[in-house]
Ligand binder design. Structure first.
Ligand SMILES: Nc1ncnc2c1ncn2[C@@H]1O[C@H](COP(=O)(O)OP(=O)(O)O)[C@@H](O)[C@H]1O
Ligand SMILES: [Mg+2]
Length: 317
């Protein structure tokens, strides 16, 4: 009975934890995690972003790599090692807190191997355990995961209620997705409510319905017929992506800069280097992330309303 009540508390605390997963690298996991978190925080949600990557590209996208805020994952490793609540870096942007990734995360692999060999797959519940005491402080928690690291990915799948899966339309992204689908099934043993929030097509240059349908079919195959796909796609925009990572600014922040940027001829006249200009596509990319964030909120709201209605029915019957 006590165990049951504990599980209910855990389910409730972690109900809005989303992990962004695909075994393939370069499919947009980090860009989506950073931009969705950033736009939701800008829209007044309290957001936590947790980075499970040794490369820690989130710290580039948010512009704090190498600053005093960047602990290279030490805090996260210590929380998991000693089962202590996490202490995120506060207000990387207003209302956006971050648990940093980085080189120190390499210590998690041997630690988890030892734990799994002594207590089995239940060991992967630890990330949820350390998130639980602070998860209530946030409206949304987003976990960015690395490619091809089953151990760190499984930690995320052991904690999250929702899986957001970016893919490109090429074979690599789709294979990465089907590998995740298998691990997703395995994660259900220790995290029974984990659900696919949706797949999203990233870095695409096409509105071709043929390609969208192909991806939809592959998601359905991988996830056994259940294939939620977001209508929004994130368009291909290399210059904006470069501007973002180089300057540590999110697409909607570049969009704001764009609005106050002088005309190119004015810049030329005053002798400022043209290379520093923000690409005009920043506004379109920002709009893509805004639409995706709105779709994500819709899915969460619908799921929460359905769960409430189910509870009401149970009480009244
Ligand atoms: N809209 C975009 N169009 C094209 N390339 C992009 C876009 N957004 C990001 N990128 C670039 O794509 C690469 C992979 O993105 P990233 O988010 O790091 O993927 P992952 O986390 O899955 O490895 C990065 O070099 C990034 O700068
Ligand atoms: Mg990444």
């Amino acid at each position: 009975m006590a165990q049951h009540a504990e599980d209910l508390d855990r389910d409730e605390a972690l109900a809005r934890v989303i992990c962004v997963v695909n075994d393939k690298g370069g499919v947009g996991k980090t860009s989506i995690a950073a931009n969705i978190a950033g736009q939701l925080a800008a829209a007044n949600f309290q957001v936590l972003l947790l980075d499970l990557n040794r490369q820690a590209n989130l710290s580039d996208d948010l512009g704090f790599r190498g600053t005093g805020l960047d602990d290279q994952g030490r805090g996260l490793v210590q929380a998991i090692q000693f089962n202590q609540p996490l202490a995120p870096v506060r207000n990387i942007r207003p209302r956006l807190d971050v648990v940093c990734g980085g080189e120190d995360l390499e210590f998690l692999t041997p630690l988890m191997i030892t734990r799994v060999s002594s207590s089995g797959r239940d060991a992967y519940r630890i990330l949820g355990d350390v998130l639980m005491p602070i998860a209530d402080d946030y409206d949304i928690t987003i976990i960015d995961t690395p490619p091809e690291s089953t151990i760190l990915g499984d930690l995320a799948l052991g904690a999250a209620r929702w899986v957001l899966m970016p893919t490109r339309s090429d074979a690599g992204g789709l294979v990465g997705m089907s590998l995740v689908a298998k691990r997703f099934q395995a994660a259900r043993e220790i995290n029974p409510h984990i659900t696919l929030l949706g797949a999203v097509l990233f870095g695409t240059g096409t509105r071709s319905t043929g390609i969208h349908n192909e991806v939809r079919t592959r998601v359905a195959e991988a996830f056994g017929g259940h294939s939620p796909m977001f209508t929004t796609t994130i368009r291909y925009a290399e210059k904006t992506a470069q501007d973002a990572r180089r300057t540590g600014k999110l697409a909607h922040e570049l969009e704001s800069e764009l609005a106050s940027q002088p005309a190119w001829w004015e810049q030329l006249r005053t002798g400022k280097p043209a290379g520093a200009r923000v690409s005009a596509t920043a506004a379109s990319v920002s709009a893509d992330y805004r639409d995706l964030a709105a779709e994500i909120l819709d899915v969460l709201r619908q799921a929460e309303e359905a769960a409430l209605a189910e509870d009401d029915e149970r009480v009244s019957s």
